[in-house]
Design a protein. Structure first.
Length: 575
């Protein structure tokens, strides 16, 4: 069948989006109708169904033990600790229900969600890990989210094959790193972003194969550079002593100067490595994928995907999935799956947790699809959910500010409520703050062991009505403690004590990452320099003295301060 492009109005945001001919081919292959939500609204809807960093103290609904849970006390869901959830004392099919053709499907599913036990946190084959979730084979980790074979990590997201790391996200094969983000094969690094195979370095962006570098941008296989300036080994060793990151005031000055260099140096329109025929950002080892973000290792023939890797193929609208999966549609958090749609996990031949034979299942499914079209679920905002839609946002297990959607598409409480999400109000905290950040010792060498007994106020908080309150929209905990192994790390790495709570530090790191969204722009190379005159080219480019005419789609919008070059101009200057 020959398909034509079709303009569609999103039933959520009312903007127009285009369904391409190859999209229709995919939907036909998956036996689903075309979407009624635009790609961005579909992404937000999926991200709203996944928890981020909100952890609460609760009690297991089965064994009665005190637990740490992703679910706030008082939620309508049944929550089991990991031991009980993985145990043999219950079976989800025992709670199965007959399909009721007098109720919309999504209403029945939500009612079932309330009684089938949820896992408080997902920690498997791990030891000595606390206040963590989504861990596999990890050891001695705290506040780690989505780790795989991580050891001695603290306040990290997605550390993989990494150890002895703090405040670092999406790191692979990392050892002794601090605030290192989206980097691979790094050792003894601090404040390093999107850089690979670097060691003994601090304050880097988009550097590869560098060692003994400080405050540098866009370097390849370099040594002994400070703020991109070349030094001899002896000169470097003398000069680097001036930039003691164990001193909080010097650290702030170093960060300020690094950002000056970052904003006055062109960056590529997109971070794409070893990939072909792709559109998006932060892409590695990927081919034939459009509108894809944060993909890794063997992702092929996919569209509208975010945070996927390890042999994901022929799939659309996916978040955090892969590991030898194919033909997925509107799926989040799934591995080793085939021909799966509208899913967060499933069992074979089950409907509403009731087990059927293969024949019974195949007879009933067409009837349910027909029923979903004839009696669709309609949410409070009037959005219609027929067969072909992901879970309604108002049925998420978490409030918007607890979910991953808030991380990448931040909203105020009023905005979230207006869009049909619900919001978790800040819980009352009774911390007895014993020291404010401005009174912390300036140098790590002056920090006494007694700091471990202090409750430190987060720098984002202020005193209101006799209580310390957050002033940000970053899930601020208003106060924090320094752990013994954390203090030893700061001393070993010679890093000044942080002044923000772990959540606020995480949100500050988020600002170093581009959003999963694209804007169409022109290259900012103006011939001899950048269009804002902040950067002077070092070599003549293919377009000579004229402005570059190349255009591209980038995750950096034109309201930001970065100088954005096309691939050819970037290559000419830095590779």
């Amino acid at each position: 069948m020959e398909y034509k492009s079709q303009n569609v109005v999103c039933q959520n945001c009312r903007s127009q989006f285009i369904i391409e001919p190859d999209d229709f081919g995919f939907y036909e292959k998956m036996k689903v109708p075309p979407p009624t939500f635009c790609p961005e609204c579909r992404l937000i809807r999926r991200l709203a169904s996944s928890a981020e960093r909100s952890l609460y103290k609760d009690i297991c609904d089965k064994c009665g033990e005190n637990i740490v849970s992703l679910f706030a006390p008082g939620t309508p869901f049944t929550v089991y600790c990991s031991s009980c959830w993985w145990g043999d004392s219950w079976d989800g099919t025992d709670l199965g229900k007959d399909y009721d053709f007098n109720k919309p499907f999504f209403q029945q599913l939500y009612e079932l969600q309330k009684v089938v036990p949820c896992q408080a946190t997902n920690v498997r084959n791990s030891t000595g890990c606390s206040y963590c979730t989504a861990l596999i084979r990890c050891k001695n980790c705290t506040l780690v989210f989505g780790g795989f074979q991580a050891i001695n990590c603290y306040n990290c997201e997605a550390p993989i094959f990494s150890r002895d790391s703090i405040d670092s996200d999406f790191i692979l094969n990392a050892d002794h790193v601090y605030e290192t983000v989206y980097s691979n094969g790094v050792y003894n690094t601090k404040f390093v972003y999107f850089s690979d195979e670097c060691l003994d370095s601090s304050l880097l962006f988009d550097c590869k194969g560098c060692s003994n570098c400080f405050g540098c941008v866009n370097l390849r296989n370099q040594k002994y550079r400070i703020f991109n300036q070349q030094y001899t080994k002896e000169e470097y060793q003398k000069e680097i002593t001036k930039w003691d990151l164990g001193n909080y005031k010097i650290l702030q000055e170093a960060q300020r100067k690094f950002m000056e260099i970052y904003y006055s140096t062109p960056r590529r329109y997109a971070l794409i490595i070893n990939s072909s025929n792709v559109l998006g950002d932060d892409i590695k080892n990927t081919k034939n994928c459009q509108n894809c973000f944060s993909t890794r290792h063997g992702v092929e023939n996919c569209k509208y995907i975010f945070g996927c890797g390890l042999l994901l193929k022929d799939s659309h609208d996916i978040c955090s999935a892969g590991d030898t999966s194919e033909l997925l549609y509107e799926v989040t958090g799934s591995t080793q799956s085939q021909h799966t749609k509208f899913s967060r996990g499933s069992k074979k031949y089950c409907i509403l947790n009731k087990q059927y034979t293969k024949e019974e299942y195949e007879t009933l499914i067409p009837k349910i699809k027909k029923h979903m079209d004839e009696m669709p679920y309609v949410d409070k905002k009037g959005r219609v959910y027929k067969y072909g839609e992901f879970f309604p946002s108002e049925h998420s297990l978490w409030a918007y500010n607890e979910a991953r959607a808030h991380t990448y598409f931040s909203l105020t409480k009023e905005q979230a409520m207006e869009q049909g999400f619900y919001w978790r109000d800040e819980i009352e905290r009774d911390y007895n703050i014993t020291i404010k950040p401005e009174y912390l010792p300036n140098h790590i060498s002056d920090v006494p062991d007694s700091i471990l007994d202090k409750v430190i106020a987060c720098e984002h908080g202020v005193m209101r009505e006799g209580q310390y309150k957050s002033t940000c929209n970053e899930q601020c905990t208003t106060a924090f403690r320094i752990l013994p192994n954390e203090l030893q790390f700061y001393r070993t790495m010679k890093i000044a004590l942080p002044h923000l709570c772990p959540n606020c530090r995480y949100y500050q790191r988020l600002k170093k990452r581009n959003p999963p969204k694209l804007w169409h722009r022109k290259c900012m190379c103006n011939g001899k320099n950048s269009k804002n005159k902040a950067y002077q080219n070092t070599i003549e480019h293919f377009h000579g003295k004229n402005s570059c005419s190349n255009e591209f789609d980038t995750a950096i919008n034109d309201e930001r301060k970065e100088i954005v070059y096309c691939e050819k101009c970037y290559q000419a200057e830095f590779i």
